[in-house]
Design a protein around this ligand. Structure first.
Ligand code: NAG
Ligand code: NAG
Ligand code: NAG
Length: 501
């Protein structure tokens, strides 16, 4: 069984189908295959610029005028601050998608299956409903009239039930509803979600019908308990953890192309624990910062080419976000970062991006208070700035573009996406809503099976590889209430070969 996963990054659809026949042995965790095809959009500078703007919009930063004129109508909403503002943005899935994994859940009685993106950078669940006025023909829709357990909130006295979730490039509008939601073996009855009846064109792609937010209730536009939190509160999970291994697409020789769609890499999402075969040593858990909203850690140190980068004056609050491709940071730190790389310069065509000589191998490390985790040079290098250029785009961009985000807004100043993630095993550990314990995010060295070196980074005394902690014990694995998803889906090849402007 373990062998199946060692070639995950070469995952074919056929393997996914085979895997889907595996569930059924009660004591085993369920492996729910999920997949994604990459769109044909090339990963060029404008692709990354648009991705950067989606991240800015999601976290309440101003977006660049350049890409807004091309891609979207600028809304001053995107710069709103504060609790609701930061909740307004959710991962955007579109043709040049930088959002990530999706999984198939079931809603209603009898259950209707729908695919949703798993997003640790938002907290709402929404799916498209059969009354959707402008959904693409290919988007599967939830037919609430067929569900005997469906409850609409539209008659609720405190709320008209009509809710809009806004983001930089558009919005999803619909009615609040409750129904039974099942993901793998886990069920929440009366899960609140937004039944979308209108959304911005191009928002959804392929078989995806919505998003499942995996962050905290305080930033939920639906003002409701996120699915994962409901499971934790009910004590349904053997361990209140969600773990991700994101396979690196470039780890296989090539991608395949079918009808312009590119076959993508995979990974594994484990709900209810972690998977010891995907990491080695201990998981180093770090408490989240502030009131739970996004999954926030404080960036503690950043190095490049063995130079320590001055992080500047921002809060250094960092959102750990599965719905994000790149790493975005505050202007001063990002400038300092590139100032330490010989030959780097700001990309003239695209505010907020930097280039460096393609021949330079970048040695970047990030620490959130413990181990300094190295980011491979190939993940930091997004490819030539333009076709044939010897300058390559760097994976860290300027998120704030000089804007002044008040320190007390709770808004992150960093958003840490897959560029970092592909280098570590990541565990999100929640707590029951009634608990005063602090949620935590844990990182561990990827096992060799998961494409890692299997050895801990050498430059920090993290204790990795020493005696096992509870996290690497095997007891957790024996519990049936653990669910693994095989992830397809993603995103940005670290070896983008053919960037065309
Ligand atoms: C852990 O991952 C390995 C390799 O992907 C897989 O074979 C195994 O079934 C998983 N175990 C659990 C408990 O999910
Ligand atoms: C809804 O119910 C009708 C009648 O039973 C059935 O024909 C249809 O396929 C159902 N639709 C869904 C989405 O289940
Ligand atoms: C990368 O940088 C870190 C931090 O300065 C250093 O400890 C490590 O040895 C470097 N690795 C390589 C391969 O140069």
């Amino acid at each position: 069984m373990t062998r199946i996963f060692s070639s995950l990054s070469a995952f074919s659809f056929i393997q996914l189908l085979l895997l889907s026949t595996l569930p059924g042995i009660a004591a085993d965790p369920l492996h729910i295959p999920v997949h994604r095809k990459r769109s044909s959009a090339s990963r060029d500078l404008s692709y990354y610029a648009a991705a950067a703007d989606r991240i800015r919009a999601k976290y309440g930063f101003p977006i660049t005028s350049a890409s807004s004129t091309k891609k979207r109508s600028t809304s001053s909403n995107s710069a709103r601050l504060g609790r609701r503002a930061s909740s307004a943005g959710i991962g955007i899935i579109d043709q040049d998608d930088d959002a990530s994994y999706f999984a198939t859940l079931s809603i209603g009685t009898p259950g209707q299956t729908m695919s949703v993106v798993l997003d640790t950078g938002s907290s709402d669940l929404w799916v498209t409903g059969s009354s959707c006025r402008n959904c693409d023909k290919s988007t599967p829709l939830f037919d609430s009239s067929n569900s005997s357990s469906f409850k609409s909130s539209s008659s609720s006295s405190s709320n008209s039930g009509q809710t809009t979730i806004q983001y930089g490039s558009g919005a999803v509008a619909g009615t609040l509803a409750q129904d039974t939601v099942t993901l793998g073996g886990f069920t929440v009855s009366d899960q609140t979600f937004l039944l979308a009846d209108e959304l911005t064109n191009g928002l959804l792609d392929g078989p995806v019908s919505g998003i499942m937010g995996l962050a905290f209730e305080s930033i939920a536009s639906t003002d409701s308990t996120p699915f994962w939190q409901a499971l934790v509160n009910a004590g349904d999970l053997s361990s209140p953890e969600m773990s991700f291994w994101l396979a690196r697409e470039g780890s296989t020789a090539s991608t395949t192309s079918v009808d312009g769609d590119t076959e993508v890499s995979g990974g594994v999402f484990t709900l209810g624990g972690s998977n010891t075969s995907l990491f080695s040593g201990d998981i180093e858990f770090l408490d989240t910062q502030g009131t739970p909203s996004f999954w926030l850690l404080k960036m503690n140190a950043l190095t490049v080419q063995s130079q320590s980068i001055s992080l500047g004056s921002s809060s250094q609050l960092s959102a750990i976000d599965t719905g994000t491709t790149l790493i975005g940071g505050p202007s001063d730190a990002v400038q300092n970062f590139y100032a330490s790389i010989a030959g780097s310069e700001e990309v003239p065509q695209e505010q907020g991006f930097w280039s460096f000589p393609c021949s330079t191998s970048l040695n970047t490390t990030i620490s959130f208070g413990g181990t300094a985790w190295p980011i491979s040079s190939s993940d930091m290098n997004l490819g030539p700035v333009s076709k044939g250029s010897s300058d390559c785009l760097g994976g860290i961009f300027d998120l704030s573009l000089g804007s002044n985000i008040p320190e007390n807004s709770g808004n992150p100043s960093w958003v840490v996406g897959d560029v970092f993630w592909k280098n570590v095993y990541t565990v999100f550990r929640g707590t029951a809503s009634s608990s005063s314990d602090t949620p935590a995010v844990g990182f561990a060295q990827l096992s060799t099976q998961a494409g890692g070196s299997g050895t801990a980074p050498g430059n920090s005394d993290s204790g990795s590889g020493s005696s096992s902690s509870s996290s690497s014990g095997s007891s957790r694995m024996e519990l049936p209430s653990l669910l693994s998803f095989v992830l397809g889906g993603i995103v940005v090849s670290s070896f983008v070969q053919n960037l065309l402007l």
